[in-house]
Design a protein around this ligand. Structure first.
Ligand SMILES: [Zn+2]
Length: 461
């Protein structure tokens, strides 16, 4: 298939762009393709044609599951609201996501049993780290509960139904659900996203085959880099193995020695590390371990949610990239304003100070735990305001253009030089209704007109 984009804005110039198959074939003023047969012409009307956006940190399967789950987030106001939302769900198993204490407090097992007594219920905390099961559900999954501290137990040693970081271990005890990755692929395309990095750690064979199948069928048209690809696994086309995600648990941090050894082992296999750091303790521990082992080009920090003064230059000296989520300041802003130590708030999800220190930084979504919309992330990055409009402290705003640049950087180089549209490059493109300068004044998902992924067009509504 060939597509001719007429009168589009590329790097501030009005040009035509010819796509042949999955590649950009030519760029120039008033291109006259010799053969017009089978040529689809898109009149750009001066709208910007950008390289397709890459979301550097998402969780695809969780996103598909969240789209098919009961939203237990702050949109549900209180306990009766939560009960009726859960009870309205269909199927033997009821799956809730996005729960936060502001809805109905700490959901202990008694409350969970009251909410839905007669069905199997599991509710996920908004952090994604914790599952809370009611008694019936707990009984059904008893076969997969291990002796680790991830299974919370009461004084008598009985499981309480609270399971930490248990997704992969829980899966064998749950019914196979058909995850609709086509809907995820469609949503991503509507935002102009042509590639993603899946940040889920330790993907098992089942997860890999779900993703591989969705890519092979074209349900998920995007290219996907996996931080959770197992060592030595053969991967389906358009799936690639990225750095290895290391999840540091703040309530149970590894020792300096253990972390250093883990990083050295990963480096020894030729891969890089992507270390989840959401506290200053875990960040400092990680930086020290990377310094000990020797950081490699491509090692990255996920979140860097708190970066105290003076630490940014250390991140820069080690050559690490930071994959941040500015929009959490909006979607979780109220929570941060209540729960985060005011002394730490100016250093929460920093952006500008990292760039000033010379760190490569890329914005991302962490969807479904954050909002998937990259254009919303660009707006929040420029404002640092919560959903209720309160501004969070810190001299950390960046322009929408700066936030966009991170989305344009390559999967393998988050925060690096933005990709460019050029002859021979992959036809992963995002066409806007308006010129770029206009889009950046008030970035919005509605400005995406269509997305080309490997030369196939996906029109936005
Ligand atoms: Zn994540």
């Amino acid at each position: 298939m060939r597509v001719l984009f007429r009168e589009v804005e590329v790097a501030a110039e009005r040009v035509d762009v010819l796509v042949d198959g999955s590649r950009v074939a030519a760029i120039g003023r008033r291109l006259q393709p010799e053969d017009e047969q089978g040529l689809e012409v898109v009149d750009g009307r001066g709208g910007a044609l950008l390289p397709g956006l890459h979301d550097h940190h998402v969780h695809l399967l969780a996103l598909a599951a969240a789209q098919a789950s009961v939203d237990c987030g702050p949109r549900v106001r209180d306990k009766p609201g939560l009960a009726s939302a859960l009870r309205a769900a269909e199927g033997a198993w009821v799956r809730g996501t996005g729960y936060h204490q502001s809805v109905a407090g700490d959901l202990d097992r008694q409350v969970r049993d009251e909410l839905v007594p007669d069905r199997l219920v599991r509710v996920q905390h908004r952090s994604g780290a914790l599952w809370m099961l009611n008694s019936r559900a707990l009984e059904v999954v008893s076969g997969v509960l291990d002796d680790s501290p991830d299974v919370e137990r009461d004084q008598d040693g009985k499981p309480t139904g609270r399971l930490w970081r248990y997704d992969a271990r829980l899966r064998p005890a749950l019914p196979q659900v058909d995850l609709d990755l086509a809907r995820v692929g469609q949503t991503l395309a509507e935002y102009g996203i042509t590639g993603v990095t899946d940040a889920t750690p330790d993907l098992d064979a089942g997860a890999l085959s779900l993703l591989g199948g969705a890519l092979a069928r074209g349900d998920l048209p995007q290219s996907v880099m996996l931080l959770g690809a197992p060592a030595g696994a053969g991967l389906a086309p358009r799936l690639s193995a990225g750095p290895v995600k290391l999840l540091l648990r703040d309530h149970d941090l590894p020792t300096f020695r253990d972390l250093s050894e883990t990083i050295a082992t990963v480096h020894g296999t030729g891969r890089r590390v992507a270390v989840h750091c959401v506290s200053s303790e875990s960040l400092v521990l990680t930086l020290a371990a990377l310094e000990q082992v020797g950081a490699l080009q491509g090692d990255r920090i996920e979140h860097a949610a708190v970066v105290p003064p003076g630490i940014a230059s250390w991140v820069a000296a080690l050559g690490l990239a930071v994959v941040t989520q500015p929009d959490l300041l909006r979607s979780r802003g109220e929570q941060y304003l209540h729960e985060v130590d005011p002394a730490e708030r100016p250093f929460l999800y920093p952006f500008r100070s990292l760039l000033s220190a010379g760190v490569r930084v890329a914005a991302s979504s962490d969807a479904p735990y954050g909002d998937l919309d990259p254009w919303q992330a660009m707006r929040t990055a420029a404002r640092r305001t919560s959903a209720a409009g309160e501004t969070l402290e810190g001299e950390e705003t960046v322009s929408p253009a700066t936030a966009l640049a991170g989305y344009l950087s390559a999967a393998t180089d988050p925060g690096g030089t933005p990709r460019r549209i050029k002859s021979g490059a992959a036809a992963d493109l995002c066409l806007l209704h308006v010129p770029l300068a206009e889009a950046l004044r008030e970035p919005a998902a509605e400005l995406v007109r269509l997305t080309s992924i490997a030369g196939r067009l996906h029109h936005s509504p």
